[in-house]
Ligand binder design. Sequence first.
Ligand code: GLU
Length: 422
Amino acid sequence: MNLSFVNQAPDSPWATYLSQVDRVLPYLGSLARWSETLKRPKRALIVDIPIELDNGTVSHFEGYRVQHNLSRGPGKGGVRFHPDVTLEEVMALSAWMTVKCAAVNLPYGGAKGGVRVEPKSLSLKELEKLTRRYTSEIGLIIGPHSDIPAPDVNTNPQIMAWMMDTYSMNVGATATGVVTGKPIELGGSLGRVKATGRGVFVVGRETARRMNVSIDGARVAVQGFGNVGSSAAELFVGSGAKLVAVQDHSGTVHNPNGLDLAGLLAEVAAHGGIGGFKGGDVIGNEDFWDVETDILIPAALESVITRERARRIKTKMVLEGANGPTTPDGDLILGERGIMVVPDVIANAGGVTVSYFEWVQDFSSFFWSEDEINVRLDKIMVDAFKRIWEIGEQHGIPLRTAAFVVACTRVLQAREKRGLYP
Ligand code: GLU
């Protein structure tokens, strides 16, 4: 039965997620009996966040925290601040966290949070008030052993510090393990900031090797030049790839001979976006999807690779740094055209993997070197990818379905072993 409170418009993130689950059912054997579990969130909290703005008026914002599944452990997943956030979007993002954590075998369930706000319109003080009130409101369901938030779109280590402090003040003890992605001074982990981009690179490298595509000299385009897109681009360029196009909220630049990465980063630091960068041609945003590449990395928001764009994209591999960037139709068309799609639930799992390391370090109060972090991250990603690749080969199915087979099997085995209560 459909959930009464969601808008399941085609191509919406929740509808996309449901169709991904449907594709996996034939491969779940008797566990398919429990599959309805995957199609509804365990718990969803909607909160009102009133804050006094600098001009003395009071403004109300809508916030959410959704725990999709807790069968394998506490909820885990980021918090995003964005004007388009909806309950339905956060539900899908929480479900992808369930699948992602299980795909890399982290002992977590899936959760996600969001506030419907344009953070750029707030002063730093207002942003802090918003973060603290949101944390206090979702304090009912988060905690180091129940649900652990982290950064996502438009949230960062400073925001995690405010969340950690607010939760700690409310419980009367410093609880570093309640959020991950914190500053190093507060129990954060070395390597966390760049971990998602690093994971994207590692999984891209493993896929390229199996496809006989060389990273050295490969043409790479990145949509979204935030934490994920820029860190991944840095590692690809460091291995000899050419960054031929970048798009962010401020525009799209293209240079078939390769864009200068340091110049792009300096442009973002100075102007908050790449739009004014002089080291390439400014092209229309829609033209980004026509640029010829070997590896295309969507690293911004959901549902950008539509049916129409999937027909035009000229690449060998779509490496999903973002969550949910490809619609179900887009996915089918890329597959039919022989373009390898490396799904989000493995490609961008490096972030939550180092979040897991951070959480473990917080509990043991013993911190690892950056080298140790990166070596362990590499190993987890390589092993998880290998397993997914093998399942894909064994059944002759796309990597996304293979990742869902691995992950949903783990989630539903836990579900079955725990049994129904009461
Ligand atoms: N927001 C990231 C993601 O979508 C990281 C979540 C986390 O570290 O808990 O995977």
